[in-house]
Design a protein around this ligand. Structure first.
Ligand SMILES: [Fe+2]
Ligand SMILES: [Fe+2]
Length: 319
């Protein structure tokens, strides 16, 4: 079995790829401004300045869109935790450091625009939103349950899937809002998340070529323990269920729009550079994916039954 590369060796060996991809990212990324995505003329004062405080009647978004918006915004709000994880694992040296800074600045824009939009349009309760932000950020986030440093490979495979997952979630939240400004704003954010995903996916792909067994071990671990970063935020269970029930982020999308496209891109199931040890990890991963497929089918059946029951109830009430 080949010896595992140390964190320092990985960072050094992959520094060139990091530099190429930072340059690629900067050449692809388009400048945009949060203020262009907020309907400022809808804004007015709250009670502290002589206006009215928030009331649910003021919101144009339905319950699902509100839950998804809050979940996605709180996720963006937790940026200091993700920054810490990325900075600890990528280091702040050379291209790695450039990326950490640039990525953090881009992510911050997502929280800014979403909050401005939600407060100006009175789409959600700003008091509740602020309390949730305080609670969620105070708890912080770590991709490892014990909060320890995850290592470069774990970190880079986690963020590959996570960026793609947030892309899907933002995109579908935009559609669920049924409102062209929100949709455009979330499309803009989703396009950023896609570029971020490509950066991490390329680094992880290069790591696979460099240390196939070792990288696959991290990928397998991340897939088997994947949790959206929203896990642990106030109301996450309730909001997560609502979002899954209404197709904003569910197991089928997780499997088919997030996990599988990335695994295909990395050529995981056709690679010939794993040792016997890597082969074992790959079999373990394949078994897990089969299990996930079974769970997705079961979830869809349950959801269909639940939605049918709810529709029947509505019809009964209407007649
Ligand atoms: Fe983001
Ligand atoms: Fe992102």
């Amino acid at each position: 079995m080949a010896r595992d590369l140390t964190q320092l060796e990985l960072l050094q060996e992959l520094a060139q790829v990091a530099e190429e991809n930072v340059n690629r990212h900067i050449s692809m990324a388009k400048e945009w401004h949060p203020h262009d995505y907020v309907p400022w003329d809808e804004g007015r004062n709250f009670a502290a300045m002589g206006g009215d405080d928030w009331d649910i009647e003021q919101s144009q978004l339905d319950e699902v869109a509100r839950a998804a918006m809050i979940t996605n915004l709180l996720t963006e709000d937790n940026l200091p935790s993700y920054h810490r994880e990325i900075a600890e694992n990528f280091s702040m040296d050379h291209a790695w450091g450039t990326w950490v800074g640039r990525w953090t600045a881009e992510e911050n824009r997502h929280g800014i625009v979403m909050r401005d939009y939600l407060v100006v349009t009175r789409a959600v309760d700003p008091v509740e939103l602020e309390r949730f932000r305080m609670e969620h950020m105070t708890n912080g986030y770590s991709s490892l349950p014990d909060g320890g440093a995850a290592g470069l490979l774990h970190s880079v495979s986690y963020v590959t899937f996570q960026e793609l997952a947030t892309r899907v979630s933002h995109r579908n939240t935009g559609k669920a809002c049924n409102e062209p400004i929100a949709d455009k704003m979330l499309q803009r954010i989703a396009a950023d998340e896609n570029l971020h995903m490509i950066f991490y996916r390329n680094i992880c792909g290069a790591a696979l070529d460099l240390a196939p067994d070792q990288t696959l071990r991290s990928i397998n671990e991340v897939i088997q323990n994947f949790q959206m970063p929203g896990a642990g935020m106030p109301n996450f269970r309730r909001n997560g269920v609502l979002m899954a029930k209404h197709g904003i982020y569910d197991l089928r999308q997780h499997l088919e729009e997030v996990v599988m496209p990335v695994l295909r891109k990395w050529n995981i199931f056709d690679r010939t550079d794993f040792t016997a040890d890597g082969e074992k990890t790959r079999e373990d991963l394949a078994k897990f994916l089969e299990k996930l497929e079974g769970q997705a089918v079961k979830f869809e059946e349950q959801r269909d039954r639940m939605l049918a029951r709810e529709a029947a109830k509505r019809e009964q009430q209407a007649s």
